[in-house]
Write a protein that binds this ligand. Structure first.
Ligand code: AP5
Length: 214
């Protein structure tokens, strides 16, 4: 099962992608997480990506496509994967389709987690992320057991640099301009499904399970 998660920044793509990966036993691949791991490790890729991410812009396609293809061609992806944050532009989607077709395969489903802009800014300012293991929390909706500390690994939680309100506004602008056209792209391919991302996260997942045939 090869699944793409679509949706605005903060719509809950990552939250749902992790649940799908866990339930269906497929890898969760987030280009944002790959970039953040590189930033943390101080690699050249991380240094380059950070310049764009901190401004709320997209990392250039050539860089993003290379790291994504390396990852999806790995052995553990043979039976499927859930992509979170990729593709984000029409050229990225076209490269992905071409490469998957070379393997005699296709993307099965693109799931759009739909949340209006006004809900997004509130969500993002409450998100806390673990810089060590990647777990995410929300100060109201999924608080950690001990304030500011990751339940899974005990590290101190942080507000992501790009979750500051000015950067979130820029990310939303970029989303509407560059990523939203993918809704039409996958709709034309007849693989687009939309879920209401304003529901409670368990209910959003229940809707996704129905789409995936439980
Ligand atoms: P990335 O990390 O992909 O960020 P994003 O798409 O902006 O998405 P987020 O991770 O911010 O949000 P999400 O939808 O996963 O929401 P989450 O589940 O965390 O990318 C970061 C940057 O990297 C980009 O801006 C770009 O620069 C670069 N980049 C990455 N991929 C790229 C690509 N392909 N091309 C070019 N550049 C690329 O949820 C958000 C919060 O809400 C959490 O606190 C969560 O707990 C809470 N929440 C989730 N669901 C619910 C719910 N139903 N109700 C209430 N709260 C909820």
């Amino acid at each position: 099962m090869k699944i793409i998660m679509l949706g605005a920044p903060g719509a809950g793509k990552g939250t749902q992608a992790k649940l799908i990966a866990e339930k269906y036993g497929i890898p969760h691949i987030s280009t944002g997480d790959i970039f953040r791991a590189n930033i943390k490790a101080g690699t050249d890729l991380g240094k380059e990506a950070k310049e764009y991410m901190d401004k709320g812009q997209l990392v250039p396609d050539e860089l993003t496509v290379r790291i994504l293809l390396d990852r999806v061609l790995a052995d553990d992806c043979a039976d499927g994967y859930v992509l979170d944050g990729f593709p984000r532009t029409i050229p990225q989607a076209e490269v992905l389709d071409t490469e998957v077709a070379k393997l005699g395969d296709k993307i099965d489903l693109a799931i759009d987690v739909n949340v209006p802009d006004e809900n997004i800014i509130r969500r993002m300012s409450g998100r806390r992320a673990c810089p060590k293991c990647g777990a995410t929390y929300h100060v109201e909706h999924i608080p950690p057991k001990k304030e500011g500390i990751c339940d899974a690994c005990g590290a101190e939680l942080v507000l992501r640099d790009d979750d500051k309100p000015e950067t979130v506004k820029k990310r939303l602008e970029v989303y509407h301009k560059q990523t939203q056209p993918l809704i039409d792209y996958y709709s034309r391919l007849n693989i687009l499904r939309t879920v209401d991302g304003t529901k409670d996260m368990k209910d959003v997942f229940a809707d996704i399970e129905k789409l995936l045939g439980e």
